[in-house]
Ligand binder design. Structure first.
Ligand SMILES: *[C@@H]1O[C@H](CO)[C@@H](O)[C@H](O)[C@H]1NC(C)=O
Ligand SMILES: *[C@@H]1O[C@H](CO)[C@@H](O)[C@H](O)[C@H]1NC(C)=O
Ligand SMILES: *[C@@H]1O[C@H](CO)[C@@H](O)[C@H](O)[C@H]1NC(C)=O
Ligand SMILES: CC(=O)N[C@H]1CO[C@H](CO)[C@@H](O)[C@@H]1O
Length: 496
């Protein structure tokens, strides 16, 4: 369904072998509002043949609208299960799908923390796809009017109905259910335990941004810190290179230099501020994606697409800082299989008007979360408001129509925090909340324990959702220790 996801799976298949692509293509952007083409959480790599316990695509009729009892319509929501570790009386683990099409890799891969826990506790495992993503379409199309049932609250209500339905279908009466998730779905896992404590016994929400925010300046501050902490020369080189760009943009010769250096698809147009912001967002995106995923044991992020690899390029001696920035861009272009970097703003908006996972995720940013990774901060290498928050906010109306405005975006995000109580008001028990310090999203996670049965785990020097993947020989000790801690906490919930 989503060609870009298939592409990543292809890459993940080539474990450790990052080969040059046969065909090149244009990618709209580095990451759309922080969401790369594969979704916020890369899928694990399944080794070997599938166990017969792993299901193919399953569907359940879920309510279209959980909050209007007069609407009895249902839609087909996709899910998967694996009963290879299950024995009667065992618990049930549910991985909550996030902002992308899912497949059965999360339930099939036995090397992950949550599937190892399943084996240790004889658990049945399920994965449910999030409404509106992948094959779980709620409405015949994704017109803005038809997207009104796309929300985290509706998605959580789907889960609350899914649990009793599966309990009855698979005879799981009395089983303890534990939810899992990473990134947006990590927040969903955390919220599911808070909203439905009688259905859900415990939860592990990895890298979950439980705080909504319109102007997410912390994101690029963490990216800058990551580079500086790894190697001050790396952060400084980037800062020096960026400092030269405004001047280059003022002359046609300078613009030509940037056009060639960054291999842009379009000439830079200084009379078009939207295109210039789009340009900056692409070249900054090169550093964002590595800060967010570098070191995750998921395909090329495990050993190749990492902060050390990026900084090696950014600090190559004999080159200018800007030439090193071009080289980093070339490296990311290879990863994205790009022939040029597309900075056309009109094309991007038109692309966002078409149905797909990107359209759905950005809709959720406009209606619930914000999360706009702006440069509106003096505490990042990318300062100077070259990508201001207003540039993101105004896209909501351009993409979805005039029912969105600056006022509705700010008030919707405030309402999300009012409903879920944000990162400082989060107060569920039997909840594990891992976060990596390199991951820019950790800024919006629960970092301090609100009670003695909530376990934030801060993992020094790791990226987004790193704790969810299988062990790797190059894992930092902090990550290995975090996985052990997660397992011992969850195991303690099933001690008789
Ligand atoms: C948008 O709304 C916020 C919050 O009310 C306000 O601070 C900001 O100035 C507004 N921006 C624009 C462009 O109107
Ligand atoms: C969490 O709930 C407990 C029990 O109701 C309360 O004692 C504690 O103060 C709460 N913590 C926060 C951060 O709200
Ligand atoms: C985190 O890791 C960095 C880099 O390895 C190290 O300098 C720092 O002391 C560590 N911080 C903690 C709290 O362990
Ligand atoms: C950096 C940070 O916020 N660390 C916190 C991580 O969570 C523990 C509780 O598990 C706190 O004690 C730390 O202060």
């Amino acid at each position: 369904m989503n060609g870009r996801v298939g592409l990543l799976l292809l890459f993940l298949g080539l474990v450790g072998v990052f080969s040059a692509p046969a065909t090149k293509k244009v990618q709209r952007k580095r990451a759309i509002h922080g969401r790369p083409w594969f979704g916020l959480t890369p899928k694990p790599t399944v080794k070997g043949p599938l166990n017969p316990g792993v299901s193919g695509d399953q569907y359940i009729a879920s309510k279209v609208d959980h909050f209007d009892s007069s609407n009895t319509n249902t839609y087909q929501q996709r899910y998967w299960y694996n009963d290879q570790w299950y024995s009667a009386g065992g618990p049930v683990f549910l991985m909550i799908g996030g902002e992308s099409a899912e497949d059965n890799s999360w339930v099939a891969d036995g090397d992950l923390v949550w599937t190892k826990l399943a084996a240790e506790n004889n658990a049945m495992v399920f994965l449910i796809e999030h409404r509106y993503y992948g094959a779980s379409q709620v409405t015949p199309d994704q017109s803005t009017a038809n997207m009104k049932y796309l929300s985290s609250r509706q998605a959580l209500a789907d889960i609350a109905d899914f649990i009793p339905a599966m309990t009855s279908k698979f005879n799981l009466q009395g089983a303890k259910w534990v939810t899992f998730g990473g990134s947006y779905s990590g927040a969903l896992a955390a919220w599911s335990r808070m909203l439905y404590p009688n259905l859900i016994y415990g939860a592990v929400g990895s890298s979950g941004p439980v705080q909504a925010v319109v102007d997410f300046v912390g994101y690029l501050e963490v990216v800058t810190n990551d580079l500086n902490i790894y190697d001050m020369a790396c952060g400084n080189s980037l800062k020096n290179a960026l400092a030269q760009i405004p001047q280059l943009l003022t002359t046609s010769q300078g613009r030509q230099q940037l056009f060639k250096g960054f291999q842009l698809c379009q000439q830079l147009d200084p009379t078009n501020p939207d295109q210039i912001a789009n340009f900056y967002s692409s070249i900054i995106g090169n550093y964002m994606i590595i800060a967010q995923y570098g070191g995750d044991n998921a395909g090329p992020f495990g050993t190749q697409m990492t902060i050390p690899a990026l900084c090696k390029i950014q600090t190559t001696s004999g080159n200018t800082d800007l030439q090193n920035m071009y080289a980093v861009n070339q490296w990311i272009m290879n990863f994205y299989q790009e022939s040029c970097v597309d900075i056309d703003f009109t094309d991007y908006i038109n692309y966002m008007k078409q149905a797909g996972d990107d359209r759905c995720w950005v809709y959720q940013t406009c209606s619930e979360f914000g999360f706009y990774q702006s440069t509106d901060t003096p505490n990042a290498a990318f300062y100077g408001s070259v990508v201001p928050v207003d540039w993101y906010v105004k896209q909501c109306a351009m993409i979805y129509g005039s029912q969105f405005s600056n006022t509705t975006v700010y008030s919707s995000i405030a309402s999300t925090n009012g409903f879920y109580h944000g990162q400082n008001g989060y107060n569920a028990t039997r909840i594990v909340l891992p976060n990596g310090t390199n991951d820019p999203w950790h800024v919006l996670g629960v970092l301090n324990a609100p009670n003695s049965q909530a376990y934030p785990i801060i993992i020094n020097g790791t990226a987004h959702c790193a704790d969810m993947y299988g062990d790797s020989s190059i894992d930092p000790a902090s990550l290995t220790a975090a996985r052990t801690q997660i397992r011992s906490i969850v195991n303690s919930w099933f001690k008789s």
